[in-house]
Design a protein around this ligand. Sequence first.
Ligand code: CU
Length: 138
Amino acid sequence: MKRLIGLFALLLAACSGQTTGLTIEHATYRAPLVDGAPGVAYFSITSTTADKIVGIASPEARSVEIHLARTTGGMAAMQKRDQVELPAGKTVTFGPGGLHVMVFAPVPRHANATFPIQITLESGRTETISFADESGRK
Ligand SMILES: [Cu+2]
């Protein structure tokens, strides 16, 4: 039975030409609160196949980096991550207190404009994610 379900999933994937096997949800962007501070972006990502995020960039910022926030001995710190594993079928969440995307020197933006960030995966897939700007919403 398991084999049948697996085959069905494969057929589904093969039939829908547009699918990349990537699901991106809850993509939100928070602009810097003060000039010179970085913005931050959060999202969750699920890949149907095991993959790895190996690159991240935005045309609307000087640079973007993947960070991991950690508290060790009562001290909060952030570590830059060059790669993030995406286990098959498992959702990886970028959110407060954990993995997040730090946005350095974003270009000035209109209120409620989406913020584009492109990720590159080890498999060669790329995905441009439109982050909804949450800064204006309270
Ligand atoms: Cu950070």
